[in-house]
Design a protein around this ligand. Structure first.
Ligand code: HEM
Length: 516
């Protein structure tokens, strides 16, 4: 329990030297006498006459994130509270919304309205944010750092709450399931709930872990759900959605990225099935997956998608990318792997249809997450520029800084409004209509969101200066964001490819009789 002894300013002032050193931060008094020599910022800054025995709140928040004081080893240095002073720093409770302007999309900001979200979206959002902050976030920060895959207890908890099943979007697979203790009925769950999930999950600000946490399921399982033989579909879906087994989508190769038609991994038809030989690269979750939804080229030159189980001839090794190995990004080699006939997804030589069928949903989900992460950076920058003082004034008092913040806010607001519009269309269109009408919209929206995300990352680094390129301390999320933001711009289709796709889709629909 925090110490409550009342300490006057006079008493505080008496403890102002090495060996007997107290400071007050936000109305709490800390005895730093023994800690001072171990202080990561050095002893000299603490024995400074403006700090030792004084209220050092401003100096503290210029240099540390609040979380420092929450670490048990530092929290226990508190010996009392400053007499007559009131704590001013209010921390958000888990699940609560931030009151920092633009830190939330308007539908969540107090006093604003939205045509899209209903009361059950709000309830779901509150429960989901709490879940993310209490269950996922601590593991996310630790695993992003040590590079291990997300801990099994997080998957187990997600399975228990049926969150893994929600990652497949709305649909029959949710029938009869109790979602997060009943906070939303399966038949009510729609694409706005999914949008909430993507944006809330992005708040962990651990990009590798974010993909580690079922990124493979999100893109690897839908082809099984939609195209597998019933007995395979039931078995694999049950295993994956209960967090017992893992699956990934193995399409990209060293030879072919966005150019799916250029795949070389070869499936040879044999008695009772197929023999697969080839490689796959940059496959999210590959290092810990049990199943691989794999695109292969057939003898006839067509494409086939096979569900390959980890076993003889299958090897995975981690690829070190600029985000954490927590994502399980891997290189896969298939060496004459036997795949039984009933593991075919869809039809022979019609694999492209299987692969393409999920692209829109994948890209839309990535865009939603990317915008959520971008918004967190806006909040970080707003907090930093108002609390950080340079030349005696807060950073935000510089016009050039305000101009950067203005651009950041405009970008994230426009991207959010766009994704909400697309989501509304998805809610009101059949899958076929979505494929026909939204492929271009989603491609453009993703291209725009990730382009603006990179601009915001660059601006944020300028605002944070050296801290924006330092992995710990005040700017740690900025450093992380700036380093990992290109993933959103590459995975699921590079920006240029998506832009081109969107224009080609538009051209297909140009009326033949349109003239200036
Ligand atoms: C309860 C009191 C304090 C604790 C527990 C504490 C703890 C820490 C920790 C853990 C760091 C490492 C950086 C981080 O993780 O954010 C740090 C850095 C630092 N601290 Fe403190 N600190 C305290 C008070 C102060 C005060 C009053 C000053 C006043 C000037 C100060 C000045 C610094 C400086 C200059 C750094 C280096 C910052 C940087 O590298 O950007 N600290 N402190």
């Amino acid at each position: 329990m925090a110490a409550t002894k009342q300490i006057s300013l006079e008493e505080l002032a008496k403890h102002n030297k090495q060996g007997d050193l107290w400071v007050a931060v936000d109305a709490k008094v800390y005895d730093l006498s023994r800690f001072a020599a171990m202080h990561p910022g050095g002893l000299s800054v603490l024995v400074d006459e403006d700090v030792a025995g004084k209220d050092a709140t401003e100096a503290f928040y210029s240099l540390h994130r609040h979380e420092v004081l929450q670490r048990p080893q530092y929290a226990r240095l508190q010996i009392g509270v400053l007499e007559g002073a009131r704590a001013k720093i209010a921390l958000r409770e888990p699940g609560a919304v931030s009151l920092v302007p633009y830190a939330e999309p308007t539908w969540l900001a107090p006093g604003y309205h939205s045509p899209y979200y209903k009361d059950y979206h709000r309830k779901f959002q509150t429960a989901f944010r709490k879940f993310i902050e209490e269950v996922v976030l601590p593991d996310a920060q630790a695993r992003e750092e040590d590079g291990k895959r997300p801990s099994q207890h997080v998957f187990d908890e997600m399975a228990k709450q049926n969150i893994l099943a929600l990652r497949m979007g709305p649909g029959k697979h949710l029938q009869g399931k109790v979602i997060m203790g009943g906070v939303v009925k399966p038949e009510e769950f729609d694409h706005f709930h999914e949008l909430i999930m993507a944006q809330e999950s992005a708040r962990i600000q651990a990009r590798g872990y974010y993909d580690g946490l079922g990124g493979g399921t999100y893109i690897g399982l839908p082809p099984v759900v939609n195209f597998a033989k019933p007995h395979i579909r039931e078995k694999v879906t049950a295993e994956v959605l209960t967090g017992k087994k893992f699956i990934c989508l193995a399409i990209t190769e060293a030879f072919a990225g966005s150019d799916v038609a250029g795949l070389r991994c070869h499936a040879k038809k044999v008695q009772g099935g197929w023999r697969v030989t080839g490689t796959k690269k940059w496959i999210t979750n590959a290092t810990f997956s049990d199943y691989f939804t794999t695109g292969c080229r057939t003898d006839k030159g067509g494409l086939v998608v096979l569900l390959i189980e980890r076993g003889e001839g299958v090897e995975t090794k981690p690829i070190k990318t600029s985000y954490s190995t927590s994502a399980g990004t891997g290189y896969i080699t298939f060496d004459n792997v036997f795949v039984p006939e009933d593991h075919l997804l869809g039809e022979e030589n019609k694999g492209l249809q299987v692969i393409l069928s999920n692209f829109n949903h994948e890209r839309w989900g990535m865009t939603a997450g990317s915008i959520g992460a971008q918004r967190c950076i806006v909040e970080e920058c707003l907090k930093w520029t108002t609390q950080r003082k340079v030349f005696g004034k807060p950073l935000i008092s510089q016009a050039v800084v305000r101009a950067k913040i203005a651009a950041m806010i405009a970008r994230v607001e426009s991207a959010q409004n766009w994704i909400e519009n697309v989501t509304y269309q998805m809610n009101n269109m059949s899958y076929r209509e979505q494929a026909d009408k939204l492929a271009g919209q989603i491609a453009f929206c993703k291209m725009y969101a990730t382009r603006t995300a990179q601009e915001t990352a660059t601006d944020a680094v300028q605002i944070f200066g050296g801290r924006g390129i330092t992995k710990t301390g005040m700017g740690k999320f900025i450093e992380h964001y700036h380093r990992t933001v290109p993933f959103d711009a590459i995975l699921g289709g590079a920006e240029d490819v998506l832009g081109d796709l969107g224009v080609r889709q538009a051209l297909r629909k140009m009326p033949k009789d349109a003239r200036l």
